[in-house]
Write a protein that binds this ligand. Structure first.
Ligand SMILES: [Zn+2]
Length: 86
């Protein structure tokens, strides 16, 4: 599970900690002016990777990531019994 920041210029998705994109865009500045789109990526059962666009706020991205994480935990907990009964 990870949060990615999308460069507004070249649309490369990269770590939110990246300050300068390889294309030369100042991501720190772009984040402050809310030009950077945030994505979360996580794995579904069956090793499927899912990416979701959250929006322009890293706080929302973090919230969404936390929500997904607890959902996953709940699924794992109930899934073990539910799967067998149908
Ligand atoms: Zn870029």
């Amino acid at each position: 599970m990870a949060v990615f920041a999308e460069c507004p210029v070249c649309h490369k998705k990269q770590s939110v900690r990246t300050k300068l994109c390889h294309c030369g865009e100042d991501l720190d500045k772009a984040k402050r002016s809310q030009k950077v789109r945030f994505w979360i990526s996580y794995y579904l059962p069956g090793r499927k990777q899912k990416r979701e666009c959250i929006g322009f706020s890293i706080q929302e991205a973090r919230d969404a990531e936390g929500k997904r994480r607890s959902q996953k935990r709940e699924n794992a907990r109930s899934g073990t019994t539910r799967d067998k009964t149908g």
